[in-house]
Design a protein around this ligand. Structure first.
Ligand code: ATP
Ligand code: MG
Length: 265
């Protein structure tokens, strides 16, 4: 059975999508069978996996409306024509199109509105080692569908002053979902991203995180690295675009840490 993890943080621009696509590509590179689910109407994880959201005929939107099955709506990440990119293994993509923005309102009056993704994934979870869900920057009904589907949450965060405050809100939401909707949900770990060790405040916040959350903080640390920021403009995860870049090396180490960590779950 797949390990189903949400990549979530209600704060915007903290590195959720970068984490999702690079972890998917990193895990695929380590021989894992991976499905990426893009729950964000921005569709960044879809585009960053080389899938054009404007040309998607079926997406997670139709799955949430129960019009189609995941197996019909899924497509495959695509690395373009360059031979060096094509060597990198691909993963399945349940993409997001712009219509997903409307799903929020449409779902409100539907039965089992927060469990629809969970029920849809039941049919395919045996086909994968990992299903990773990229959540939008909110605690919306879409994010709730992600949290209800998952066994765990991966929280990317920047080591900044307000980061700890935001974390309290997210931890409370996860506790509520755990108590009311999904008994399996837990925090898998906190991932320090866009880290710059030259900034002493970041080092301090990182130390505070380790003091509060101990082994819930992943050992891997993702540095601020321009190659990771460039990669999406080519429709590629950083680990495919430039596997030797510092940020990519860190994501590959993170993927290996994830494989090691799930053995202990
Ligand atoms: P949103 O909340 O809008 O969905 P997000 O949390 O998914 O945002 P990303 O889109 O992953 O965040 O990252 C925000 C921006 O920071 C992007 O331009 C991305 O390329 C850049 N970025 C992410 N991680 C890094 C990094 N380690 N080094 C440099 N740039 C990064
Ligand atoms: Mg995002």
């Amino acid at each position: 059975m797949a390990h189903i993890f949400c990549v979530a943080n209600q704060k915007g621009g903290v590195g959720k999508t970068t984490t999702t696509v690079n972890l998917c590509a990193g895990l695929a590179g380590l021989g894992q069978r991976v499905l990426m689910v893009d729950l964000d109407p921005q569709g960044n994880a879809t585009m960053g996996s080389g899938v054009d959201k404007r040309k998607l005929e079926l997406s997670v939107y139709e799955v949430l409306l129960e019009a189609v099955e995941v197996s019909q709506a899924k497509t495959r990440s695509h690395w373009g024509d360059s031979a060096s990119y094509q060597k990198h293994p691909t993963y399945d993509v349940l993409g997001a199109s712009r219509e997903l923005a409307g799903a929020e309102l449409e779902l409100v009056n539907m039965p089992r509105r927060e469990k629809r993704l969970k029920e849809a994934l039941l049919a395919v979870e045996k086909d994968y080692d990992f299903i990773l869900i990229d959540c939008p920057p909110s605690l919306s009904l879409l994010t709730l569908n992600g949290l209800c589907s998952a066994n765990g949450v991966i929280v990317p965060m920047q080591c900044e002053y307000f980061a700890l405050e935001g974390l309290t809100d997210l931890v409370n939401t996860i506790k509520q979902v755990h108590a009311n909707l999904n008994k399996e949900l837990k925090i898998i770990g906190l991932l320090r991203v866009m880290f710059d060790p030259r900034v002493s405040l970041q080092v301090q916040v990182s130390d505070q995180l380790k003091a509060h959350f101990a082994d819930k903080v992943f050992n891997a640390v993702i540095p601020r690295n321009v190659r990771l920021a460039e990669a999406p403009s080519f429709g590629l995860p950083g680990v495919v675009y430039d596997p030797a870049a510092k940020g990519s090396v860190a994501f590959i180490a993170f993927a290996q840490e994830m494989i090691d960590r799930i053995k202990k779950l």
